[in-house]
Design a protein around this ligand. Structure first.
Ligand SMILES: *[C@@H]1O[C@H](CO)[C@@H](O)[C@H](O)[C@H]1NC(C)=O
Ligand SMILES: *[C@@H]1O[C@H](CO)[C@@H](O)[C@H](O)[C@H]1NC(C)=O
Length: 322
């Protein structure tokens, strides 16, 4: 390429970049997944960095709501804002998020009601509710509403405030699919607990609701099973294990985000790691891949694993492998 054509190419690229960045419309609002029904307007509303939570309904007092609000507040105001004196607070359009949860039933299962209604509107003479309002039948619906609310909030780099464009927003939403899952395999590759938690956290951004935790497979058996304490001798190393308490911690962490954890134990194939602790589970020393289904002991062990899993994983469904 000669000098002139290189220059032409460079100019073309620069022009393209200039145009494409000029076309970026900062006021575009992306909600993912797309709500079942929504309508928007043309107002821009500013959100108070000291946004406060007001709860109502039988389920409004839940720690799931309080913690969820705290998490989303950090996401919404991740840039930090200029500080405003208390008497200047009226400069913001939205100072309160009200969350009403009608039921106090916090059981999380497939098919739990995750519907919600979200309204964001400038307070004025006509509107009786005003500001930001989420109503849901369950705490899990309210969490989905909080996620949507956080997606409406955009940081404006000019004013260094958080803005909601295209208000008023009226959103009526519920998931189209009861099961929205992500599979994690911690047998082929051990994942530390904090990594699993980051993944669960990120699932909530896409409103996924099932972590399919493929804990155990041929390569390693990282989970503690109290009924058969030698099973986790099949872990890669003794540091690459999950205690019963770790599993409980992960299930609870997920529940606080409206996410079920479905455990998977592969039966009867892919079971080499089981025999590290109990070689009798193998058909023979040279055949270590499937479980020996001719022995009663094999069924005792399976039964022990499932009984122990049942204590830690409240979801009705378990996966026995695929
Ligand atoms: C918003 O502005 C657009 C363009 O000016 C207009 O077509 C539309 O009707 C307005 N929407 C509302 C809800 O006012
Ligand atoms: C295995 O269990 C079955 C059913 O409980 C029983 O009838 C059978 O005798 C057991 N076999 C052995 C070898 O213990």
């Amino acid at each position: 390429m000669n000098m002139k054509s290189s220059l032409t190419l460079l100019l073309t690229i620069c022009t393209f970049l200039l145009y494409s960045s000029a076309e970026l419309d900062g006021s575009l609002t992306y909600i993912w997944p797309l709500p079942a029904k929504s309508s928007s307007g043309n107002d821009t509303l500013s959100v108070d960095p000291e946004l406060s939570l007001v709860v109502g309904g039988r389920g409004g007092d839940s720690s799931i709501i309080k913690d969820g609000f705290g998490r989303y507040k950090k996401i919404i105001f991740k840039h930090g804002s200029k500080s405003y004196p208390v008497n200047k607070r009226s400069v913001f359009d939205i100072g309160i998020l009200k969350i009403v949860v009608l039921s106090d039933n916090e059981e999380l299962q497939l098919g739990a009601d995750e519907s919600y209604f979200l309204l964001v509107e400038k307070r004025n003479g006509q509107s009786i509710i005003g500001e930001a309002y989420i109503e849901a039948n369950t705490v899990y619906g309210a969490l989905r509403g909080l996620e949507t609310f956080s997606q409406l909030c955009a940081f404006d780099y000019e004013t260094k405030t958080v803005q909601i464009y295209k208000a008023p927003w009226y959103i009526v939403d519920k998931p189209r699919f009861a099961y929205r899952g992500l599979l994690l395999d911690t047998s082929r590759h051990y994942l530390p607990i904090n990594v699993i938690k980051q993944i669960i956290e990120s699932m909530s951004y896409a409103k996924l609701n099932v972590l399919h935790w493929h804990i155990i497979d041929e390569q390693s058996f990282p989970l503690e099973v109290p009924s058969y304490p030698n099973l986790w001798k099949g872990s890669y190393t003794k540091w690459e294990r999950y205690t019963v308490e770790d599993a409980y911690d992960i299930v609870n962490f997920a529940k606080m985000r409206g996410i079920n954890v479905m455990a998977e134990v592969d039966i009867p194939g892919h079971a080499e790691s089981w025999g590290a602790g109990y070689p009798d589970l193998w058909p023979s020393p040279s055949c270590r891949e499937p479980l020996d289904v001719a022995k009663n002991f094999t069924f005792d062990v399976i039964s022990g694993i499932l009984t122990d899993l049942r204590k830690n994983f409240p979801l009705w469904t378990l996966s026995l492998g695929w």
